[in-house]
Design a protein around this ligand. Structure first.
Ligand code: DGP
Length: 113
């Protein structure tokens, strides 16, 4: 079966998409861990941060820029937000298509659990 995030990017699976361009898509996480919890993904299927190579650096940097755009759009730029990318079992990764979580709308604690 195709990757669930590839399916969302292709509009084959429903999601609350808040941003998209030629290389990135952003949509609300189905498990809301904060009042604003949005995932930014590259359209290209990359399994996780461990699989990023030199040719993809610009696309990965773009995800951070998209996150800043979305933070302004969603009204959390001033209050602040957290970006999280999980890798593998100990990182807590559950979907194996690279994604950046944008978490905001409440004060985040540190260290994360
Ligand atoms: P991670 O654990 O870092 O791999 O985060 C994956 C996130 O993806 C998790 O918070 C739940 C979310 N997720 C999983 N399946 C779907 C889905 O079908 N739609 C949406 N919107 N989010 C999903």
């Amino acid at each position: 079966m195709a990757c669930v995030f590839c399916q969302i990017a292709a509009h084959e699976l429903d999601a609350r998409i808040v941003y998209e361009d030629e290389s990135a898509v952003a949509f609300y996480d189905i498990l809301q861990a904060a009042p604003v919890h949005i995932l930014v993904i590259p359209r290209q299927h990359i399994t996780g941060p461990l699989d990023v190579d030199g040719t993809q650096e610009q696309a990965i940097g773009h995800l951070i820029a998209v996150a800043a755009h979305i933070a302004r759009q969603e009204g959390i730029a001033e209050s602040g937000y957290r970006l999280v990318t999980n890798q593998g079992r100990d990182g807590g990764q559950s979907v194996f298509h690279l994604h950046v979580h944008i978490l905001g709308g409440r004060r985040m604690s540190w260290p994360p659990g």
